[in-house]
Ligand binder design. Sequence first.
Ligand SMILES: Cc1ncc(C[n+]2csc(CCOP(=O)(O)OP(=O)(O)O)c2C)c(N)n1
Ligand SMILES: [Mg+2]
Length: 516
Amino acid sequence: MNGADALCDTLLAGGVDTCFANPGTSEMHFVAALDRKPKMRCVLGLFEGVVTGAADGYARMAEKPAATLLHLGPGLANGLANLHNAKRARSPVVNIVGDHATYHLRHDAPLTSDIEGLARPMSHWVHRVSEADHVSRDAALAITQARAAPGRIATLILAADAAWTETTAPLSAVTPPLARAKVLQPHIAAAAAAIRSGKRTTLMLSGVALRANALEVAGRIAKATGVRLLAQQSNARMERGAGRMDIERVPYPIEQALAALKDIEHLILVGAKAPVAFFAYPGKPSDMLPEGCSVLQLADPADDLLHALQWLADELGVGANVKPDVMEFKRPDLPTGALTPASVATALAALMPEHAIICDESVTSGRNLFQFTRTVPQHDYLQLTGGAIGEGLPMAVGAAIACPDRKVISLEADGSGMYTLQALWTQAREALDVVTIVFANRSYAILHAELRGVGAGVPGVNARRMLDLDQPALQWTQLAAGMGVEAARVTTAQELCRVLKAALSRKGPFLIEAVL
Ligand SMILES: Cc1ncc(C[n+]2csc(CCOP(=O)(O)OP(=O)(O)O)c2C)c(N)n1
Ligand SMILES: [Mg+2]
């Protein structure tokens, strides 16, 4: 057994059985060891942003980490943006980065770089293993770190000679994850007092407080006390649909966000952060809460949020007899006419299957998606959490691998999609059940609005050349076909309905280019 074998065995013993990879020479012994482990599913991404984005999507749905396999500093650097998104999503990831053999580093070969320096900002934990005898111990540590609530990025840098050297060190056991911490009684008492105060109080939820069971309790509290429920603007995962408690999110556009928050006197955070503007805009506030609004942190993202809400309900005397106002099942009629974000959302609401997973990187086109999908079959809704675009298509890969029996619906803006479109190839190779709808508005539409929003004026020739995706228009059906994914272009709502229905009724990847 060499260090690489010890790494694989420790990963498998720790429940890490999926590896998203883009290897190089320094990882060849790790590749060979993975080759000896049929229980490990190895998934190739043709760019490291696919690898890290898939690890994020996987973790959100599997509720456990995948491993990555990245090639030295440059490979890691290519994957950093989606590692950032994963960190913001609080996804557990065992991020494995190969490095040169220890004795080779001093020669400053071309791929040598400061891997620790690159890893640190997007990791919670960074550790280098240089000796085969330490690989299992350190891999177990990495898994423990990744699984610590609410989920962490654990980067393990593996020296090539640590991987290839023989070891007789016993495999380290991976400690089971600790139970989430229970909140303390004074927090419950303070939250209950705020809700009883008669002032306008909002419970702001994120993290696992947006799962159906926690939302149900929050819904009972809201029904009995009149407290308002609101979710963070972007969230890793929400359980939505008919029979569940619906919850609004803080809108993205700052004016709408300020309007949504303007009446709050007490804000109680349950696994959420107090809302701040996504960007600074001249003359507008960064802290979006109204003056004098008090903020109370009931529960941290790492806490047992369901328990906190249940305890709060008890404290307020909200019994199980109080029923939340859950959504009743209802689908819209199939849309007709022009293809617009609204008609795409309507088609989706009319046709989407039970237990779908929606990966949303639709940017401006998805702004009103929620209002169309409140009453549709139950589904999970995954968002871009760190604002770094190029995560949607890889996230769909990871979600589909985590949940092979569920349909993944990937809503992708055309500009964002181009960052990591190689994910389509992985979808084809792995025969993943993903229907992608590309919102082909042939523009960085959001940035046209932001140019006005920051007061920078109207776009001239240079600005338009930086914000428009025309000349040439992207041919998404050809891009998809080139990577083995069947695709169709639609230009009317009727056409979309016909193609979407067909795509949803079969297994495997399909891409719909919706020309807006
Ligand atoms: C990694 C990264 N690079 C650049 C940006 C800046 N940015 C934000 S949105 C956007 C373009 C969005 O265009 P598209 O995906 O087509 O969505 P649309 O606005 O058209 O709905 C860009 C470049 C970003 N958020 N993240
Ligand atoms: Mg666009």
